[in-house]
Design a protein around this ligand. Structure first.
Ligand code: PMV
Length: 325
């Protein structure tokens, strides 16, 4: 038995959003979703089996995580151990290269890297489809980080069928993403809580489900055609739909802050000036701008001029999960 393994998984940003589970325990979503895996944001996670005399521990960015804060991760590993018929105490050591809880889907890279390290440490014979199912049990968005480029999480109808498949792992499309961080403090409404409230109480939820399935079909076609404009338009609309939906929950809520609207206005101003770009927004106030590489500099300059306090990071397509050791 290999007793330790280290995996690197990159975060992904949903271009067609996932927002709501029909089965919370299995994390089965109401809709399919489509993502772009990002090069610059990732997690490196080691999973090491320990002698039975030692207790399990979780070390995040060099610091021991308290038992209560580590509960979700520990429960997740216990679930995987039970499913795969393995046992034992372990150490998880993770280094995150993503701002945590700031709407940059840090959980996607974290749980994907953990699932992969777990599988290798126990020498499980799992392919990437199976790995996408294992990652899904930790965090829905993590299932898509198994693959690079563009990926689609098929909603499926049960644990077997709700898995991710690659759409184009090595896109030649010229597509850059500029993350505009207006606020990196932890979000007030965690995505799990926000999506549950929305799915359970919004009278518009059935419309969201129907519309998102259609949007996935359109996005798949746009990706196959390498149509930058269509991809941008569909991604922006999905983000707006999701954020409009949270306001229709009972009680309604929003992840937007005043700076989010200022950033949206900046994207509009750029388009008015002939710089074609689009935005997407996850469960937080930060926006990500989709553009062609040649426009990245101008976009950054415009944001620096209009919103000097923001942090900007530009990236493009990242690879799927990989092993470092
Ligand atoms: O699976 P979670 O808890 O990371 O939720 C992801 C929710 C969104 O990022 C807003 C949308 C998505 O599809 O990633």
């Amino acid at each position: 038995m290999v007793h330790a393994a280290t995996a690197r998984a990159h975060t992904n940003i949903a271009l067609i959003k996932y927002w709501g589970k029909k089965d919370a325990a299995l994390r089965l979503p109401f809709t399919s979703s489509i993502s772009m895996t990002l090069e610059k944001f990732y997690a490196d996670t080691s999973f090491t089996l320990l002698p039975s005399t030692q207790e399990s521990e979780f070390i995040l960015d060099g610091e021991q995580v308290s038992a209560s804060a580590a509960a979700r991760v520990m429960t997740y590993v216990a679930t995987l151990q039970q499913r795969h018929g393995v046992s034992g105490t372990f150490r998880i050591e993770s280094h995150n290269h993503v701002p945590i809880s700031a709407g940059l889907a840090s959980s996607s890279s974290a749980f994907c890297a953990l699932a992969a390290a777990f599988a290798a440490a126990y020498e499980l014979d799992v392919d990437r489809t199976e790995l996408s199912r294992m990652a899904r049990l930790g965090s829905g968005s993590a299932t898509r980080s198994v693959f690079g480029g563009f990926a689609k999480w098929e909603r499926g109808h049960d644990d077997e069928t709700s898995v991710t498949r690659p759409l184009d792992e090595h896109p030649s499309l010229d597509l850059s993403l500029t993350a505009v961080e207006v606020d990196t403090s932890p979000k007030a409404v965690p995505s799990t809580v926000g999506m549950r409230r929305t799915a359970e109480t919004s009278p518009y939820y059935p419309v969201w489900v129907e519309n998102t399935e259609k949007a996935c079909g359109l996005m798949e076609r746009a990706i196959a055609a390498q149509d930058f404009t269509r991809i941008g338009e569909l991604a922006q609309q999905s983000a707006l739909d999701m954020h409009a939906l949270t306001m229709t929950a009972r009680p309604g809520f929003t992840y937007f802050q005043p700076e989010t609207l200022a950033a949206i206005s900046t994207v509009e101003a750029l388009n008015d000036a002939g710089v074609e770009c689009y935005f997407t927004i996850d469960a937080g106030p930060n926006i990500k701008v989709l553009s062609r590489a040649e426009n990245v500099e101008e976009i950054a300059n415009r944001f620096r001029a209009h919103m000097p306090a923001v942090t900007l990071t530009t990236t493009s397509f990242g690879p799927g999960v990989e092993y470092l050791a």
